[in-house]
Write a protein that binds this ligand. Sequence first.
Ligand code: FMN
Length: 356
Amino acid sequence: MSEFTCNQEIVTIARRNLTQDVWDYLTGGAESEMTMRRNRHAIDSYAFIPRVLRDMSSIDPSGTTLGQKVRIPVLLAPIGSLQAIHAGGGASSAKAAARFGTMPIISSITEPSLEEIAEAADGPKVFQLYVRGDFDWIKSIVGRAKSAGYTSLALTVDSAYYGIRERQLMNRWLPPSVKAQKDRHLQSAITWDLMDRIRDLWQGNFMLKGIGSVADAVMAVERGVDTLYISNHGGRQLDHCLGGLETLAEVAAAVKGRAELIVDGGFLRGTDVIKAIALGASSVAIGRLQGWALAAGGEDGLVRCLELIEREMINALGLLGVNNLAQLTTDYVRKTDVVGPTHELSTFYHMKERLT
Ligand SMILES: Cc1cc2nc3c(=O)[nH]c(=O)nc-3n(C[C@H](O)[C@H](O)[C@H](O)COP(=O)(O)O)c2cc1C
């Protein structure tokens, strides 16, 4: 595992280890996959403006997010049915996060149970909620997450309907959580008022996952939401959205520090993470890369993946002239044209023929 040289190598091994059905579930997006491609396009469309002749002999890539110190500001995004990708499911993500020194966001539709995942590893953890029952059901699951020691609650709000994922449709394959689920329609009826009631129940650090507009970001801030998790669900829900990093830049300019910002969508490398922090995020989250790392090497593979991102961050910060993340500002990035193909795996595009 420790022999994985870079994350693109991890992806090629994941491709080898996964069946076509599971590969497509993990890697695909909704409809034309334009949102998914725009996630990468948004990241690729920022260039660095490096500074030189500064003492770069010591570099600290650690961050603080959701009130916790993290070794690098890279969280593990919630993944449903993770057990189909790697047998350990959410417990393997939690263990890898604790070993490395970051936080997992645990999906409410993965296995094992939220209590078993909480017991599997020490360290702070976020619980992600999909609404699959009435208010009593919500009360019960939020209470369970609280008792199990989760430190933040993330309510996913970009999933009123399940995205039309054509790879899954053509494979005639559904993830176990979707096959098993009842009462999915209740997710379609979440409103700002219900959100307020869920936040009142939780009484702790609370975030909305799936903010995709400045208008909703501002409404959430006005209602006192602590953290906005900007995401288009990795391009798996509404097609033809803006890339996550593009939305982050717009929201950061409007919110002006009144809420903490987290972003995801297409993050694969240390340089990607640095761009998001420069544009105003406190942390980013990795979805598919986490899944590929688990598929390639289980818990050890995921720890290695995070180590590789850390190494890339230290290298890029050193070359950018920045000793720590607090020094990063928008002065270090500029929007420009994208050179070369834009593909979900575009930073791995020279491996493309082996990956599709
Ligand atoms: C296989 C898979 C399952 C997912 N399941 C969930 C989920 O249960 N809850 C949720 O809020 N987001 C879910 N997401 C979205 C991720 O949390 C995250 O927003 C997205 O993957 C980020 O983009 P990236 O994969 O390009 O890193 C899932 C994503 C993938 C790839």
